[in-house]
Write a protein that binds this ligand. Sequence first.
Ligand code: DUC
Ligand code: ZN
Ligand code: ZN
Length: 488
Amino acid sequence: MAALDLVIKGGTVATAADTFAADVGVKDGRIVALADELTGAEEVVDAKGKLVLPGGIDSHCHIAQTSSSGLETADDFESGTRSALCGGTTTIIPFAAQHRGQSLRQVVADYHARADGRAYVDYAFHLIISDPTSQVLGQELPALIKDGYTSFKIYLTYDALKLDDRQVLEVLACARAEGAMVMVHAENHDIIGWLTEKLLAAGRGAPKYHAVAHAAAAESEATHRAIALSEIADTPVLIVHVSAREAMAQIAAARDRGLRIYGETCPQYLFLTAGDLDRPGFEGAKYVCSPPPRDAANQDHIWRGLANGVFQVVSSDHAPYRYAGPDGKQAHGAGMPFDKVANGVPGLEVRLPLLFSEGVGRGRITLNRFVEVAATAAARLYGLYPRKGTIAVGADADIAVWDPDKTVTIGHEMLHDNMDYTPYEGRRVTGWPVLTLSRGRAVWRDGEVVGTPGQGRFLPCGLPEAARPLDRSVHGFDPVSGAAAADD
Ligand code: DUC
Ligand code: ZN
Ligand code: ZN
């Protein structure tokens, strides 16, 4: 019997830290050897001229999710993970979303039922907490965190999801006590509501006004507030889907002060602008997402934040609502005002090719930084490292072999999700994975899906080091434990 199941031979391996020439040996779904020359494998993949990278982790995507307004996403665990693997992503972390009144335990069971037997690649769950009752925070959440659901998202906007500041503090206190990571959707609800009312009263309901209602100031105010609440509770937070310079500046300033504030951005803020919401007819609805894309100057700032470390992670925020159909952008009818248009854009499959092409290819970020924001950082932030997110002995053999010279013109018909459009139609990219392995099994090879639905497994997450409090009292009193602070 061969000592190795598979050797990836002659490629250039890149991790978040290093780039080096090595053969990669795989046995029983894990990486077991990295060496100049490996022999004795059942299968050999020739990776000469190719990059051998950790499979991507998409740590923010909406799959088989019921939105707060009752719409179902177009992608389920089969189509979502299929689309992911074709673009080199081997782990996804979607959401188990609580609606008010629901037991979190029941929500988790429900989302497992949606995923069971369907996924091509491995997955974990973040929780969405919209109803932080004493039962949820005192019992359900601590027990779920121990079971491997160690991150949750909270919202500062949307009627059905929004928490007030006091509720946020309670959630943060629970996260701190249990060691979980809190993700925050930071937009000021009342600013958006007020602007929306005024815009609609003035007859300005076209999709482009979505970007006016969701003003950059609404995002930066809420980001500032989330950071203040994080500091009060001494609990790190991760601000998701940051779109604009102003919110980015809040994160940078907090990090300069030594706070554990993390930032995520997404392809829509690097590649789209508010101008896309002004496409003819109702086409702009395809680009409605929150926060909205801004302008070219903001794109430049976001790229800089990626290069200089303000942002730790790039996720797709894949929120797939078709343009047509009963659960799509026009669910409330064609030409509906922007506040009735489902929020979100797809991007699971093209996240990494876009970022590689425009980031690494154009010298905006290094190859190692690409690996970090595409995979490694998410593994660390959400308690999956070092099993996922790197190429190292002992890690799962989740690997994408990239042809850095392959050019592809993105078009909806070549993608593998269940959508009826892509916001990146016609965009030409250079660099695409030619082979994707999930725990050592090929799932994508030379442009064909070769995996099987159901081979992906649920990943319980550990407690992330990144979620640890600073234990730095600024108040002389610890409001979470009730104790006088050590330096009091
Ligand atoms: N927030 C998300 O994270 N995704 C889609 C829409 C939204 O508001
Ligand atoms: Zn959000
Ligand atoms: Zn999202």
